[in-house]
Design a protein around this ligand. Structure first.
Ligand code: GLN
Length: 453
């Protein structure tokens, strides 16, 4: 089934084939939490084509666990707008994918339902937090899967699993029905085998939704190429890419991508953007702060598996103590601290100011350049169980976080292998000009990257 695009799958019903593959192969990979079939509109153009959905997106008729014990038995009361639109056109859901608990993490080892194995090397992590979606596409179960991206959770696992991962501009796709982690950063994104399918699926999901006031209308057809070629493109590489003591092999592979682009006529400059140095710090103040507020609803009363105890406060405490895993607790504590009256000025307020400065800086850069280029991740997929500190993990998001802080569209595409492990390069585009980003990246992908597979 793999390498067939959605268009090539039209009129072939591959739903049962997909379910069969999951049943056969996923005992080992663990990327699908549950096979849950929700059929699309039989009259829709895409009827017969299956897809998978990250388990933090609601679909009526499925559970939505968020990879957490606290929501182990939670039944989705309604369907997310993005999924609704796909079902309407005929696509069918075949299951929900594994993820780091509440989308916090980048290895999938923080799922309450066990780690996911990377299909390209079973001893390694698939990335996270949408690792189940990335692994499912890489394992050829489905032509595409939905994920969510708050700081890189679609793009980083795409890079680790050798697939394409795209996070649209903030406001392009409705978040209605996506469990809130950090609402000012979250976006639903697509993982697929090629850029073309990413365009097809996003074109269907995008648009203004009354149920999410942060959505915007976007009139341009994302599936159509604009009149832009690689020889007109101006690309900026932030100097930080070279400061980061990148592993030598990553540097060599990245340089190969740069020289391919130059060969095609693109103008490439290295630009010092010192503000980027602060993006991980800013993210790890803002995201946990918003999360500590968003996750307060999981208290055993309105949501969540209740742990009975004597008295209301004790019941809250034991529910949250037993229901949440270690990383989620760490984030809630950091966020609550950042927002506390004594420290809010020093941390949260300051972080929002730095976020604004970064936004202004990147808009200026993108007045002079069409794209910003970096590796997707500064590291290759670690081994499952490798013991790194939380800070080591947080620093892995250095290249993906800025696009979320500023609301820009960004995409990771596979660019060959390093010692047999997939490697992704990452392009950031202009705000709400996703059509430009996708046109250029698709050209590059079709002309160059496909040949490297
Ligand atoms: N890895 C980042 C984190 O742990 C990003 C997660 C995400 O994008 N959902 O917060």
């Amino acid at each position: 089934m793999i390498y067939l695009t959605i268009d090539e799958l039209l009129d072939k019903n591959t739903i049962s084939q997909s379910i069969h593959m999951i049943e056969e192969r996923d005992k080992e990979i663990n990327s699908v939490l549950r096979i849950e079939k929700v059929e699309g509109n039989k009259k829709g153009k895409y009827y017969g084509i299956p897809f998978l959905v990250k388990d933090n997106i609601l679909i009526k008729g499925t559970k939505t666990t968020n990879g957490s014990k606290i929501l182990e038995n939670y039944e989705s009361p309604y369907t997310a707008t993005a999924v609704e639109k796909l079902l309407e056109l005929g696509f069918s859901v075949v299951g929900k994918t594994n993820m780091d608990e509440f989308a916090m993490g980048n290895t999938n080892e923080h799922s309450a339902f066990g780690p996911v194995k990377n299909p390209r090397d079973l001893s390694r992590v698939p990335g996270g937090s949408s690792g189940g979606s990335a692994a499912s596409v890489a394992a050829e179960y489905v032509p595409f899967a939905l994920g969510s991206d708050t700081g890189g959770s679609v793009r980083q696992p795409a890079s680790f699993c050798g697939v394409v991962g795209y996070k649209p501009s903030y406001g392009m796709i409705s978040r209605y029905g996506l469990t809130a982690f950090s609402s000012s950063l979250d976006q639903i994104g697509v993982l697929a085998n090629n850029v073309k399918d990413v365009r097809t699926v996003t074109q269907i999901m995008k648009g203004k939704d009354e149920k999410d006031p942060t959505t915007m209308d976007h009139k341009i057809d994302l599936t159509k190429d604009l009149d832009m070629d690689l020889n007109q493109v101006r690309i900026c590489i932030p100097k930080i890419v070279y400061n980061k003591n990148l592993n030598e092999e990553i540097k060599v592979q990245f340089e190969k991508a740069v020289s391919y682009l130059k060969q095609k006529g693109a103008k490439v400059d290295i630009v010092d953007i010192p503000e980027l140095e602060y993006s991980v710090a800013v993210y790890y103040i803002i995201a946990p702060s918003e999360a500590s507020s968003n996750l307060s609803r999981f208290d055993g009363v309105r949501y969540g598996t209740r742990k009975e105890s004597s008295g209301l406060n004790k019941m809250y405490r034991s529910t949250r103590e037993e229901g949440f895993g270690i990383e989620v607790k760490r984030r809630i504590m950091m966020g609550t601290f950042n927002l506390s009256s004594l420290y809010i000025d020093q941390y949260f307020s300051k972080a929002t100011k730095v976020r604004r400065i970064l936004k202004n800086k990147l808009s200026t850069i993108l007045n002079n350049y069409d794209l910003i280029l970096t590796p997707t991740s500064p590291v290759l997929p670690p081994k499952i169980g490798e013991k790194l500190t939380p800070l080591d993990y947080y620093l892995m998001d250095i290249f993906t976080i800025p696009a979320n802080l500023v609301g820009l569209p960004a995409i990771s595409i596979p660019f060959g292998n390093i010692n047999g492990l997939p490697f992704g390069i990452h392009f950031i585009g202009k705000y709400m000009k996703d059509e430009e980003l996708l046109t250029i990246v698709n050209r590059f992908y079709e002309q160059t990257v496909k040949g490297l597979k």
